[in-house]
Design a protein around this ligand. Structure first.
Ligand SMILES: Cc1ncc(C[n+]2csc(CCOP(=O)(O)OP(=O)(O)O)c2C)c(N)n1
Length: 209
């Protein structure tokens, strides 16, 4: 189930199906196992159906801000698969950025939020109609930075929208136990839960956040 998605209209067909997403990540797994990738890699899995629905609402001219786990986001935004594969082979999986395609990601938890806010403010000031979509994990959602950015975006009516990708953990630390709180998703924030077959490498211990 995807929370709060229906308020955002469908604007396009991404041209992808679930198997194509899975096949791309399997190709990256093969590159990794063949020791062709010189850098860290984060793979997506288990959220194909949800992302196919979400990206129908995102225009190719909108901005997407992603995380360290961005391969599916980049594909669905419309970035060339060859370019994406080359970036990953060059060790840039966790920081895929393509300004022409209006796609930015960071491996630093919360780092994209203030930048996305600034881009949304610039769009509003210049009278633009494009939107900014910021994808975040559930631990990022619980941070103070998210609450400030979300509050500012709504109170100043900025075209900034959030998608929480909730796997219930931050690396291996349970988000609810950390904050002693159940997820309280604002009505404008899109949210879905999923479980991946690719957990963080080295998972197995709680880490301080
Ligand atoms: C500021 C910062 N602190 C810690 C990390 C290490 N780290 C990388 S991903 C991650 C998990 C964040 O959890 P969540 O926001 O729920 O995202 P998920 O990867 O589970 O989707 C952490 C702690 C980091 N990259 N940046």
């Amino acid at each position: 189930m995807i929370k709060n998605l229906d308020q955002y209209p469908v604007v396009r067909d991404t041209g992808y199906n679930k198997q194509q997403l899975i096949d791309f990540e399997e190709l990256i797994v093969k590159h990794w196992e063949d020791a062709k990738i010189r850098g860290p890699v984060h793979l997506s899995n288990g959220n194909e159906d949800q992302l196919l629905e979400v990206f129908k609402r995102i225009k190719t001219t909108d901005w997407v801000f992603s995380t360290w786990r961005s391969h599916y986001h980049a594909m669905l935004k419309g970035i060339s698969l060859d370019w994406l594969e080359q970036q990953i082979l060059a060790g840039k999986s966790i920081t895929i950025c393509n300004m022409e395609e209006r796609f930015y990601s960071s491996a630093i938890v919360t780092a994209t939020l203030p930048i996305a806010l600034g881009v949304a403010q610039a769009i509003k000031k210049s009278g633009g109609t494009d939107k900014v979509w910021c994808f975040i994990g559930d631990m990022c959602f619980e941070t103070g930075i998210f609450y400030e950015v979300h509050k500012y975006a709504r109170n100043f009516d900025l075209p900034l929208y959030f998608v929480v990708e909730d796997n219930g953990i931050s690396t291996y630390t349970p988000t609810e136990a950390t904050w002693n709180v159940k997820r309280d998703i604002p009505s404008d924030v899109v949210h879905y839960s999923y479980k991946s077959r690719f957990p963080h490498y080295g998972s197995g211990k709680w880490v301080a956040f």
